[in-house]
Design a protein around this ligand. Structure first.
Ligand SMILES: Cc1ncc(COP(=O)(O)O)c(C=O)c1O
Length: 404
């Protein structure tokens, strides 16, 4: 029996939770008016944005209590304990010897992507992404005047792979300056192999396409799977990348706004930190610093337990659809706590599928189409939730899918 309780459902009402404080208006989810937020057993179940419905590790909560007791919360910056905790984590968990001088904290990975696009591209340049993919990649590129080019993933027999020939062609375009790599890949839950990553690294280095490796999900690895950090693939890869990491997904600390970029190449680091300074992003929060140190130093048993629990949740999704609604084909994720459901055999258009989920089944997922056209007919569900909630959501979905 695990020492951790992930089964108990914790009420998140009135906690300003982006995930839960929404209401449905004209058939769509709407936010920012918590007075209208849905309540009660019959409410739409929130399984969209990537935060977990579990309490974070107790050592983090204890450390935050102690920090609150001090009562002074002035401007804060990282010290030795922070660097030791962060560098120690990547050495232990990812077998990656990061150097403290590579480290650049920033309030979030999306802000970091924004900074990276500003630092390394000019308006009119092309940014390569691999759709279906985490949709803010599109926004950070377009907002800075860049054109998005998709090196779409190949989907065959329930398995995604990289289209390397297409990547060769797209990276050879002199306007292509950057690849935003999602590793592990959200929404499909794939962990790229060392071979995949080496080929990507080689193509990008040969064509002077800088790789922004978004590894925010790099700690969320299913038991038995292996994650390879991009910067460990050799000097060419290491010197041609910015790696985005954070304790936010790993330990359910997204609201702490603490992320860490690693940039081994000093010239790229200089350009990144200059662009970051130009944007006047806020510095570090004392709570973010405290939570990160405690999580990285003392959170490992919790993380191993939560990933075992999430893996069982993913299997439950696989088995439930296989038994009760085989037209829906979920993919077993190798990493992340997101599961990608192929719903195309239901034969519904994208509006009809969305309507089925949110209005009939009363479950709120991220619709596949927001990850790019390659995601049409798919749903992304967040399975980092207590199993009773997941079972209710599965029941609701399957009931709503039955022909009337
Ligand atoms: C791939 C990926 N990158 C970045 C983020 C968000 O990062 P942040 O909250 O640090 O901006 C997410 C959140 O879901 C994500 O899945």
């Amino acid at each position: 029996m695990s020492q951790f309780d992930f089964d108990t459902e914790i009420n998140r009402e009135n906690t300003d939770s982006v995930k839960w404080e929404f209401h449905v208006h004209s058939g769509k989810a709407e936010y920012w008016d918590d007075t209208k937020a849905e309540r009660g057993d019959d409410r739409v179940l929130a399984m969209w944005v990537a935060d977990m419905d579990f309490r974070c590790p107790e050592p983090v909560i204890d450390a935050l209590h102690r920090r609150v007791e001090h009562g002074l919360f002035g401007y804060s910056a990282k010290g030795q304990a922070y660097e030791d905790a962060v560098c120690g984590w990547f050495a232990r968990r990812q077998n990656w010897a990061v150097k403290p001088e590579w480290l650049s904290p920033i309030p979030g990975v999306v802000p970091a992507l924004n900074v990276a696009v500003r630092a390394f591209t000019h308006p009119g340049d092309k940014v390569i992404v691999q759709r279906p993919v985490y949709y803010p990649f599109f926004r950070v590129s377009k907002n800075n005047g860049c054109e998005i080019v998709s090196n779409g993933l190949i989907y065959r027999d329930g398995h995604y792979t990289v289209d390397f020939e297409d990547l060769e062609r797209k990276a050879a375009d002199p306007k292509a300056r950057m690849l935003i790599l999602c590793s592990p890949h959200n929404p499909i839950g794939r962990i790229w192999t060392a071979e995949d990553l080496t080929r990507i690294a080689d193509i990008c280095a040969r064509n002077q396409v800088i790789v922004i490796a978004d590894e925010i999900h790099g700690d969320l690895i299913m038991p038995g799977e292996t994650f390879v950090p991009f910067a460990t693939l050799g000097a060419a890869a290491e010197q041609n990348c910015v790696v985005c990491t954070a304790p936010s997904k790993t330990f359910n600390l997204a609201g702490m706004h603490t992320s860490n970029m690693f940039i081994p190449n000093p010239e790229l680091r200089e350009r990144f930190t200059t662009a970051q300074a130009a944007q006047s992003l806020p510095g570090m929060s004392p709570f973010g610093i405290t939570a990160t140190i405690a999580a990285y130093n003392d959170g490992e048993p919790w993380l191993d337990a939560v990933m075992a629990y999430i893996t069982d949740n993913a299997r439950l999704v696989m088995d439930t659809f296989a038994d009760r609604e085989p037209r829906v084909k979920p993919i077993m994720p190798q990493g992340t706590y997101l599961q990608w459901l192929d719903c195309r055999a239901l034969g519904l258009g994208k509006e009809a599928l969305e309507d089925l989920m949110i209005n009939k089944a009363k479950v709120y997922f991220d619709e596949g189409y927001i990850f790019g056209d390659e995601g049409i007919g798919f749903e992304r569900i967040n399975i980092a939730c207590p199993r009773p909630l997941l079972k209710r959501a599965l029941d609701r979905m399957i009931t709503a899918m039955k022909p009337v």
